[in-house]
Design a protein around this ligand. Structure first.
Ligand SMILES: [Zn+2]
Ligand SMILES: [Zn+2]
Length: 305
């Protein structure tokens, strides 16, 4: 029996997220990890083919850019404008990263900026989940079972709630997860002409890829608020982590991003590798992006700590 005292102790984490959602998130975290282990065992016996690697790389780029350029820079921070169909295409690509429906993602992330490393931040390694390694774990994965998808959409994402197309993509998220698995399966099948090719495509380009994109993205929430370098005066504890810049497609210049959240470019210096920023530059060049927000060197200098 749960005594009132015990209930008071367990209530904070249990009352905020429906049980079914916690189970779904558990499957979304554990299944790709199990697939990664299965893939390692498979690799031990028979080598991974070039086709699988190509599908993995292609799906990684599509779903990760969907998150970095689409969910994050375009929809959360409005760092540039584009045509509606392009917005929806990025929203679909980002949904295929299996990090939750687009409007929930945006609402959670805007809440993160509104309360960065303070009470109310859904995933800070410094508040809400303890400190040290416990805090790091909370910011990386633990928050998915407590505060994920709980930000008030009407408060944090009213613009997306007014968009019928975005509401539809948000509601039909489970189908987009299916698409995220179907595309690598179909690619493997078509490229090799065998069902086994389809299944290894699904394993590497589907589940293992989701595993990588998950942990790379979550590293921004955990490592980039914990360890690294800072140069601007900001109220949070965000950091730049150079060795994550390629894998995160430029998002690990996270301290730059907290200093200038609307900037389309997170890498602010010449050597700060920012593949997502390059994609936005390319889109601007071919007329697919306009009103691209950039921060002048003078404005950057004014914010130096
Ligand atoms: Zn942050
Ligand atoms: Zn942001």
């Amino acid at each position: 029996m749960v005594t009132p005292k015990k209930r008071a102790f367990i209530a904070p984490s249990l009352k905020i997220m429906p049980r079914i959602q916690r189970y779904a998130n558990f499957v979304a975290v554990v299944l790709p990890f199990a697939a990664f282990i299965a893939a390692l065992v498979l690799l031990w016996n028979s080598a991974i083919g070039w086709t699988d690697l190509a599908i993995l790389a292609g799906m990684y780029l599509i779903s990760a850019l969907g998150v970095t350029v689409g969910f994050h820079r375009m929809l959360t921070h409005r760092a540039f404008l584009t045509y509606k169909p392009v917005e929806y295409a990025f929203a679909i690509a980002g949904s295929m990263a299996v990090q939750g429906p687009v409007i929930d993602w945006v609402a959670d992330h805007r809440k993160h900026h509104a309360h960065a490393d303070d009470e109310g931040d859904p995933h800070s390694p410094h508040v809400g989940g303890g400190t040290g390694l416990r805090g790091l774990w909370h910011a990386h994965v633990g928050w998915l079972f407590e505060t994920n998808g709980q930000a008030d959409r009407r408060k944090y994402a009213p613009d997306l709630m007014e968009d019928r197309g975005m509401r539809l993509l948000n509601r039909e998220f489970p189908w987009l997860v299916g698409l995220s698995l179907l595309v690598p399966f179909a690619a493997g099948w078509l490229l090799t002409g065998t069902l086994v090719g389809g299944l290894t495509g699904l394993l590497w380009g589907g589940l293992v890829r989701i595993f990588f994109v998950h942990h790379i993205t979550w590293s921004i929430n955990s490592i980039c608020h914990f360890h690294g370098v800072r140069r601007f005066a900001t109220d949070d504890r965000s950091t730049n982590v150079w060795w994550l810049s390629l894998a995160t497609l430029g998002e690990s210049w996270h301290h730059n991003h907290h200093a200038f959240p609307r900037s389309a470019f997170h890498g602010l210096r010449r050597w700060e590798l920012d593949p997502s920023g390059l994609v936005i530059r390319g889109m601007r060049r071919v007329g697919l992006a306009w009103n691209v927000v950039a921060i002048s060197p003078e404005r950057q200098d004014q914010r130096l700590a």
